[in-house]
Structure formats: C-alpha cells, structure tokens
Design a protein around this ligand. Structure first.
Ligand SMILES: [Zn+2]
Length: 139
C-alpha cells in the first residue's frame, strides 16, 4: 500500500521524537524513534533505549508502553525511523520480530494494523507476521 499524508506525518513524528531525545546523549539510546496512531486517533511516540545493565528496548516498545499507560491498545498504524549518525540521514525501518509479536499480543485487532516499512510503502501486520503465536495478553 502507498503512504498517505497521515502516514508521512507519522514518519515526521518518529523523527521528531528522535530529535527530542537528543539532549540525553546516551550510547545506544535514541537513534530509533517510533510513532503510532491508535484506533482512537491518538499519537504516541518513543525512542529505543539501551543500558549496559542489560535493559534495553526498541522504540516501538516505548511508544506502545506510552499507549498502554494511557489506557489504549488498538493500533491503526505504526512506524519506526532510524537516524544514521554516520550519514546524518533518517530511514524508515520495519519492526523487529519481537515488536511484531508485541503489536499483535497487545490487541487481537492489531493484526490488521498498518505498518509503515519504508519511505514509500506500508503493509498490514498480518503480512509481516503470517504465522504469529495465537494468543494475546487481553483479559
Ligand atoms: Zn523491535
């Protein structure tokens, strides 16, 4: 599927959260930003974090954590953007396998979430995760 103006705005949101995290200046933290729009239309963002004590997470984890902390779990669309320090360029990247499962496990309906996988293309989560674990954590 081609990207819409809203999708392109979501990419910009992911870039903005990377920039916003810049002042912390931690190694392994903040070079990937993620943004998502919920089924209710709210936007949540997060950046990747990494600590030498073994605690780390993808930007999607942080964005989804913010969403859940605000009482939502349904994702309409999601994107992650990586800032390459060497080239000083941003690049949309597909979610890792753990994040694909996390999106699905947060809410059954998220299997139809739109995942922006490049600067020009998006797919449904079910295309990235055709044989997911069958459960969710939904009560
Ligand atoms: Zn991930």
């Amino acid at each position: 599927m081609k990207l819409t103006a809203k999708d392109k705005n979501l990419i910009e949101e992911a870039k903005r959260i990377i920039v916003k995290s810049n002042p912390v200046k931690l190694i392994g933290t903040g070079d990937v930003g993620a943004a998502l729009i919920t089924s209710k239309g709210n936007i949540y963002r997060g950046v990747c974090i990494g600590f030498y004590c073994g605690i780390d997470s993808c930007g999607e984890y942080q964005a989804i954590g913010a969403m859940i902390s605000n009482g939502e779990k349904g994702i309409k669309s999601i994107v992650a953007v990586w800032f390459d320090e060497k080239t000083k360029k941003y690049r949309v990247i597909p979610p890792c396998g753990k994040c694909r499962e996390m999106i699905k496990q947060a809410c059954r309906k998220n299997i139809n979430a739109e995942v922006i996988i490049s600067g020009t293309k998006k797919v449904k989560l079910k295309e990235l995760l055709p044989h997911s674990w069958g459960g969710t954590l939904e009560k």
